[in-house]
Design a protein around this ligand. Structure first.
Ligand code: ADP
Ligand code: MG
Length: 300
């Protein structure tokens, strides 16, 4: 009963020779927004499709609201809102047609909330979908996922194609949802979006989980930047030798570096070079993410 709403346990899905996902585990707690982050092709959609019973895992298991998604349990599906990564809706229908049909399928009596969402996102109801831009179709997808106030939202890159104003509205919607004690699995390749909306983040890369931590903890170990100028020529190799430090750009009199961990060893090495000026910047989560995206191996 007290199972977290989403539990993915050592899930593997292979596609013939294709890579798919390997040994993926993640948990989304009640009322949490989990950022599920990874570059294109990392395995976000594959994981999500296993969660919704759309793919059958090769091995491992998933639980959604305490149930096995492979069982097609109607009661469970009724409590989930899913926005697929590649939304495909009947192009000949209008937004109003589609919202009406899904309302009937879902047996949704009250449409107050749905109508509020239509209003807030400025959803185009009258024209057939084939006449709408990607962003305008995506808005319909958002309303479809949220309109029945599901206990769990599984959103696969929900903001792709939304303009910045609507991104703001989406942020508000997600915060309201979490405040309501409902749960969100938010897949994204957008670092900023995840930082804004999720307190916890699970990062997938090449089909494997490389990080599962809070955004705060990640920020604490993200690289800091330092910029140094000199009124004499220096050898930046002496800075590069400091553990945790990486020289990013260097001329004889100007060096930028990033460093992780305790700052004291860096300061000692810097002081020996007698810099003219130092500018130290805050930890940059982007650096850490980019590092995780690029590097081989696991960053734990
Ligand atoms: N139906 C499928 N058939 C074959 N390969 C697939 C299929 N779905 C996903 N893959 C492969 O699995 C990997 C992960 O893809 P995907 O889950 O779509 O990544 P993401 O959603 O993070 O961009 C990719 O290498 C992709 O080509
Ligand atoms: Mg995807």
């Amino acid at each position: 009963m007290t199972d977290p709403p989403v539990v993915v346990d050592h899930l593997t899905k292979t596609f013939g020779k294709g890579r798919g996902i390997a040994d993926v585990s993640l948990t989304v707690e009640q009322g949490q927004v989990l950022g599920f982050l990874g570059p294109n092709g990392a395995g976000k959609s594959t994981t999500i499709r296993c969660l919704l019973g759309l793919y059958r895992p090769t091995s491992g298991r998933a639980r959604v609201l305490g149930h096995d998604p492979a069982n097609d349990d109607i009661d469970v599906l009724a409590q989930v809102g899913y926005l697929p990564g590649e939304l495909r809706l009947p192009e000949a229908l209008s937004g109003a047609d589609i919202l009406g049909r899904v309302r009937r399928i879902r047996g949704l009596r009250r449409t107050t909330y749905r109508d509020e969402l239509v209003e807030r996102f400025g959803v185009e109801l009258g024209r057939p979908l084939k006449a709408l831009s990607k962003g305008n179709k995506q808005k319909i997808g958002i309303v479809l996922a949220f309109m029945h106030r599901p206990r769990l939202l599984v959103l696969d890159e929900p903001t792709s194609g939304l303009d910045p104003l609507l991104q703001d509205e989406f942020d508000t919607l997600l915060r309201e949802t979490a405040q309501d004690g409902r749960t969100v699995l938010l897949s994204s390749h957008d670092l900023d979006e995840v930082q804004r909306l999720a307190r916890r983040v699970t990062i997938i890369r090449s089909g494997r989980i490389v990080v599962d931590d809070t955004v705060d903890a990640l920020r604490a170990r993200a690289p800091r930047t330092m910029e140094l100028t000199f009124d004499h020529d220096v050898d930046p190799a002496r800075l590069a030798a400091v553990p945790g430090a990486t020289v990013r750009t260097a001329t004889a009199r100007h060096v930028t570096l990033t460093h992780t961990g305790p700052v004291a060893p860096v300061l000692t090495a810097v002081a020996e070079l007698r810099p003219d000026t130092i500018t130290a910047g805050p930890a940059r989560l982007e650096e850490l993410f980019l590092h995780l995206y690029r590097e081989d191996g696991h960053a734990r």
